[in-house]
Design a protein around this ligand. Structure first.
Ligand SMILES: Cc1cc2nc3c(=O)[nH]c(=O)nc-3n(C[C@H](O)[C@H](O)[C@H](O)COP(=O)(O)OP(=O)(O)OC[C@H]3O[C@@H](n4cnc5c(N)ncnc54)[C@H](O)[C@@H]3O)c2cc1C
Length: 304
């Protein structure tokens, strides 16, 4: 039986795995893919040690470091359920794969929340995207629409205003909620049209996105915008469905941890974007991955 299974092959998983390898414990990394949201992060100018890099390059560096430390992650493994019986964690994945370990570090991150309106699934990657840093450059000199009212939407508007000919920004609330610097900047952009109190009802298009339909909440009137691209930024969902029966999640579905990355279930640890702590950043995720491993090590030492 393994001492540790690290689930997730991105920033958090890599940091924990490098420490686990150097500590020479009996462990495995399993992940749906290597790179996770780091690979989607576009330009990265705030990760220590790099003046400027990008998500693809940084995730490649993470993979190189795994190889250097002789860690061979099992990729393409999608974990569906985790149970604990008699002090042993059983990890079940798609295609009947299963694993057993004394401890788990869950590092499965988050995914973007969907609008759940007609046209969204059909037009995904046909003009509709959840990542403006990844796909924004495809819409140079085009008309785009952002949907959302928080920091991610604000960042998307600011980025797209510098690239696109025109940006429509649909916000279902009467104001933006996010960093004041971003909100102030909005007022200075003359190619951005802000549409408040508007609830998106449909993404329009046949083969590719051609428009967005929304309802003005005050009048109930339905309106249409012609657009080439849509960027949806309406929140995130933690990838924690596989542990919903372990009683370790908060109301929002994030794993509840203390500052040692321990959950209330002995032997079960979590780190990175998937936990209920503030600020989703790569540097924070790697730090938490390290903390999680060091806590696992001390836990295993006590098990004897
Ligand atoms: C558009 C965008 C731009 C960003 N820009 C920056 C930036 O400039 N600077 C910065 O510091 N941060 C940035 N971030 C945040 C950063 O990407 C995250 O904080 C970081 O990726 C979190 O790392 P993680 O390892 O916790 O999760 P992730 O990177 O999301 O990795 C999750 C891992 O878990 C795996 N996984 C998920 N579900 C399962 C499952 N069921 N079974 C098995 N494996 C699973 C995935 O395959 C993946 O390997 C950005 C994020 C986005 C979306």
């Amino acid at each position: 039986m393994l001492d540790l299974i690290i689930i997730g092959g991105s920033a958090t998983g890599t940091a924990a795995a490098v420490y686990a390898s150097r500590a020479q414990i009996n462990f495995k990394v399993i992940a749906k893919d290597l790179g996770g949201e780091v690979a989607n992060s576009g330009e990265v100018g705030n990760y220590p040690g790099f003046n400027e890099t990008n998500g693809i390059e940084l995730s490649q560096k993470f993979n190189d470091q795994l190889k250097y430390n002789k860690v061979e992650p099992e990729v393409g493994v999608e974990v569906e359920n985790i149970t604990k019986e008699g002090g042993v964690f059983k990890v079940q994945a798609k295609e009947g794969k299963s694993y057993e370990a004394k401890t788990i570090i869950l590092a499965t991150g988050v995914r973007p929340r969907h609008l759940k309106v007609p046209g969204e699934e059909e037009l995904y990657q046909k003009g509709l995207s959840y990542c403006s840093t990844c796909d924004g450059p495809l819409f140079k000199n085009k008309i785009v629409t952002t949907i959302g009212g928080g920091n991610a939407a604000l960042e998307s508007i600011l980025m797209m205003s510098g690239l696109a000919e025109k940006v429509y920004a649909i916000n279902k609330n009467p104001e933006f909620q996010g960093e004041q610097v971003y909100i102030k900047k909005l007022e200075t952009l003359d190619n951005v049209e802000l549409i408040y109190n508007a609830s998106t009802t449909k993404i329009l298009g046949d083969q590719v996105v051609s428009g967005v339909e929304y309802k003005a909440t005050s009048s109930g009137e339905t309106k249409t915008i012609e657009t080439n691209g849509v960027f949806v930024h309406v929140g995130i969902i933690p990838n924690t469905e596989m542990v919903k029966d372990l009683n370790v999640l908060d109301k929002g579905g994030f794993v509840e941890v203390n500052n040692l990355m321990e959950t209330k279930l002995s032997g079960f640890f979590a780190a990175g974007d998937v936990v209920n702590l503030p600020y989703n950043q790569i540097a924070i995720s790697t730090g938490q991955g390290v903390t999680a491993f060091l806590t696992v090590q001390s836990y295993l030492n006590k098990l004897g």
